[in-house]
Ligand binder design. Structure first.
Ligand SMILES: [Mg+2]
Length: 277
């Protein structure tokens, strides 16, 4: 008897949808709308988890809804939203944020005071790094000083670069994290994929344990690695950056349990209560 899935954690870009880079709109990928509907019909909570840190979660609800992808309130996650909720649970009251609205808004929404990185900043519990192009030496010095003064350093993502319509875009928070580690000899804790912190938030949200979750994504190094670490059922889709051969090139314990050409066949899998094997 297969363990029935209770929560399905979908990646957004390349899995549920593709973004039109010019207009900033999304279009649903094949089978995505039907998969979300079928999940709900079978009592499986759908969650969308993007690794992007440019925007707060609120940015995505209407854009995905316009594409026919409707997610319940609280069921769209970003690394910054995961960080904010995890840090609130640690009891942090005041955090220095070096990042844009994509990072600041979730921290504020979690009830934590956001402190700007300035030379006269008050003492903070933690430093959180997110994507921003709006900084200079003074801001860098302020976050380093905060860690020297005892704050714990965190980042949404430390990816070296992101894919964009203009090619590779520097992952600023990863670059700042490297500078911070160099200056303070303190390891920066990361929340985004492939770290498993996001799945803990999904547990809080849905009541599902990681073993009762499916993680569905187009990136074997992000979604699949995260899901396998946590003990979730992992489904790769080839609608994004990886083909079947790339998914299957990973060691057996780290690779997707199954790879699909798109989301059409997802609900046929026995783990989702389907009948195919
Ligand atoms: Mg993706």
């Amino acid at each position: 008897m297969t363990n029935q899935i209770k929560a399905a954690v979908f990646d957004i870009d390349g899995t549920l949808a593709l973004m039109n880079k010019e207009q900033g709109t999304f279009s649903a990928l094949t089978g995505a709308i039907e998969a979300l509907t079928a999940c709900r019909d079978r009592g499986i909570a759908p969650v969308a988890y993007t690794n992007g840190t440019f925007f707060p979660p609120a940015h995505y609800y209407p854009l995905l809804a316009d594409a026919g992808l409707v997610l319940d309130e609280g069921h769209i996650l970003t690394p910054a939203a995961v960080a904010a909720q995890a840090l609130a649970r640690k009891g942090y009251r005041r955090i220095m944020v070096m990042g844009g609205d994509g990072t600041r808004v979730p921290v504020q929404d979690a009830g934590i005071e956001v402190i700007d990185p300035t030379s006269d900043a008050p003492k903070v519990d933690a430093v959180l790094l997110g994507y921003t192009r709006d900084f200079g030496a003074a801001e860098l010095e302020a976050v380093v000083q905060a860690v020297w003064d005892g704050a714990t350093p965190y980042a949404g993502s430390v990816a070296p670069y992101f894919a964009s319509s203009k090619g590779r875009m520097l992952g600023i928070s990863g670059a700042i994290a490297a500078a911070l580690e160099n200056a303070t000899d303190t390891k920066v804790t990361v929340f985004g994929k492939p770290e498993v912190a996001g799945l803990q938030i999904v547990s809080d949200l849905t009541g599902a344990t990681p073993r009762q979750m499916a993680v569905i994504g187009d990136d074997p190094k992000l979604e699949i690695r995260m899901g396998r670490k946590a003990g979730a059922f992992c489904v790769g889709v080839t609608t994004g950056i990886a083909d079947t051969a790339l998914f299957n090139s990973f060691p057996e314990g780290e690779r997707a349990h199954t790879v699909l050409p798109d989301l059409t066949g997802l609900m046929d899998l026995p783990q989702f209560g389907g009948r195919s094997t």
